[in-house]
Design a protein around this ligand. Structure first.
Ligand code: VG1
Ligand code: CO
Length: 546
């Protein structure tokens, strides 16, 4: 087997977004496209000779072919060992854990997360560093720079290896170890949560449903929830992973996880269970529901923090909390009450890594259905589900009661996100610019019955390494803590997606039972007025409301 050096030419569009490089499968299938990016990664991450790389993906279309290419490139570039999930599968949090547990140099995770899969849909790849977390901006910037001047890549001329059986294969000088995709991760979950208490809960008539949405969490949820914790067979819905995710959109929210939502709101023949949850394509997101009750991700983070001592892994106390900027300030109130520091970072899990490594935070969350902790360096869907089950097992109360009691104590942060997907890119840019143009005139004005206190483009200085990330969202901030935020998505693959985030705080318990859209109605109208969002985008309503 010999390594060959293949001449190539740069592609101009390989800039990693919020979470790696995401493109249509057809783009990735172009000659040298994947190879260029992988070589650019290898050229940018330092000296890994003889070291370990972790490799796996969410199982979507093109996963297996990509893994074969990357294995041969890793061998030709001098890695000593690759740990690859059986069948080429690793959920994003499981990959993060394996990188950490085996002290790997880093990992390549193949996923476009919640984006649809199939020959005409999306594929993605991202590099995670040795702490198990997404590469920080300094690294992704270096990778992008390298993609623009790359002239050759290295690849071993070898046959494909079998990914289906656990065991070892030699590929040139490199060892490939096909590892159980679930076992290490399941052990980690057992070390954090009170499995006996959850088992007793599930044995005592408590009912639940988990929707794996035909994506990567199927095998993880089946092994943990059904086989270990004893939930009845069938608890995991859509648990068989498919290359096209069953033609669906594995995004755990009220729009795309409608099958689970129907079950939880009693719209099917079965009685609504006590607890429901769903995860996304690569297993890092979660949606949590009670019987006829939706828990916003922002509230979920706050409630997990307030109840952290229910779970054995967190009984020693938590260091601090971090949330992405658009995430509601519900967690800030809990942090304040617990005497903890609360950090506000730009969107994307990569910004939490330094805070966790420095021991400044234990719990992190994003409004986009992402919750996690320092047990790994990615958000973790099943972890959040198990945390909720652990809380329910200890508190022996319903999801709805736990949430409403939380609001009674801390007040309610009404929250919603409106997405306008597939908008013309120039028009999307104009929407944000329209608001920016009013940065000096809006403060002091009243909008939606509230006083505007400040406007800015959110900028973040990392408290650990001092790096600054600018232009992370256009904010209109109100005196009473309410916020209107506009951001462009960094994960889409066609056109632009405008995200409008709305938040309003309500301390009065008598006003806690409103529908979020009703409670935010004036804010929604004001947001449209100041941005000309609907006129500029040519849309009269959002495509997704969460
Ligand atoms: C979205 C979410 C962000 C999340 C990112 C990756 O990014 O808003 O909170 O971290 O997806 O999640 P954007 O730039 O489209 O808003 V995942 O589950 O796709 O790895
Ligand atoms: Co994801």
């Amino acid at each position: 087997m010999s390594a060959s050096v293949v001449a190539t030419r740069p592609f101009e569009d390989q800039k990693p977004g919020t979470s790696g490089l995401r493109k249509k499968v057809k783009v990735f299938q172009q000659a040298n496209y994947l190879e260029n990016f992988v070589q650019a990664v290898f050229d940018s991450i330092g000296d890994f000779a003889g070291q370990t790389l972790v490799l796996g993906g969410d199982g979507r279309f093109y996963n297996r072919q990509a893994i074969q290419i990357i294995l041969k490139m890793a061998a030709a570039n001098g890695f000593g060992r690759v740990l690859v999930g059986q069948g080429g599968i690793l959920s994003t949090p499981a990959a993060s854990h394996i990188i950490r547990k085996h002290k790997a140099f880093g990992g390549l995770i193949l996923s476009a997360s919640h984006n649809p899969a199939g020959p005409d849909e999306d594929f993605g790849i991202k590099y995670n560093i040795g702490n198990g977390g997404p590469a920080p901006e300094g690294v992704t910037d270096a990778i992008f720079a390298r993609t623009k001047d790359i002239g050759e890549y290295r690849i071993l001329a070898a046959d494909d290896i079998s990914l289906d059986d656990i065991g070892e294969t030699q590929l040139g000088d490199m060892r490939v170890e096909v590892v159980d995709a679930v076992a290490d991760y399941a052990d980690l979950m057992r070390s954090l949560f009170d499995f006996d208490a959850i088992r007793a809960l599930l044995a005592g008539g408590f009912t639940m449903a988990f929707d794996a949405m035909h994506a990567v969490t199927g095998p993880y949820a089946t092994a943990i929830l059904e086989d270990d914790l004893g939930a009845p067979k069938g608890t995991v819905m859509n648990g068989v992973s498919k290359e096209d995710f069953g033609g669906g959109h594995p995004d755990p929210n009220l729009t795309y996880a409608h099958e689970l939502v129907d079950v939880m709101y009693g719209k099917t023949s079965r009685p609504a269970p006590d607890f429901g949850a769903a995860s996304d394509g690569d297993g890092d997101r979660n949606m949590v529901l009670g019987n006829g009750f939706f828990v916003t991700p922002s509230d979920s983070l706050a409630i997990i923090a307030a109840n952290a001592d229910c779970a054995p892994g967190y009984q020693g106390g938590i260091a601090g909390i971090a949330r992405s900027m658009p995430t509601s300030a519900a967690a800030d109130r809990v942090a304040e009450a617990m005497g903890l520091e609360c950090f506000e970072t730009p969107t994307g899990w990569k910004f939490f890594g330094n805070l966790m490594d420095a021991g400044k935070v234990t719990l992190c969350g994003e409004e986009s259905f992402g919750t996690g902790s320092s047990h790994v360096r990615e958000k973790d869907g099943l972890w959040a589900v198990l945390f909720w089950l652990n809380i329910l097992a200890v508190r022996k109360d319903s999801v709805a009661n736990i949430v409403t009691e939380h609001w009674r104590k801390f007040g309610r942060n009404y929250y919603s996100r409106h997405d306008y997907e597939g908008v013309d890119s120039a028009a999307a840019g104009q929407v944000l610019q329209t608001v920016r143009d009013q940065f000096t005139t809006l403060p002091g004005q009243r909008l939606a019955g509230r006083l505007v206190s400040a406007c800015d483009d959110f900028s973040y200085a990392d408290p650990v390494d001092g790096s600054v990330s600018s232009n992370q969202g256009v904010r209109v901030l109100f005196e009473d803590g309410s916020r209107i935020i506009f951001r462009l998505s960094g994960t889409g693959t066609s056109g632009a997606t405008i995200r409008l985030y709305l938040e309003s705080y309500e301390a009065d318990v008598c006003k806690h039972d409103m529908d979020a859209q009703d409670a935010l109605a004036e804010m929604i109208t004001a947001a449209n007025e100041i941005s000309k969002l609907q006129a500029l985008s040519g849309r009269d309503r959002p495509t997704v409301i969460t």
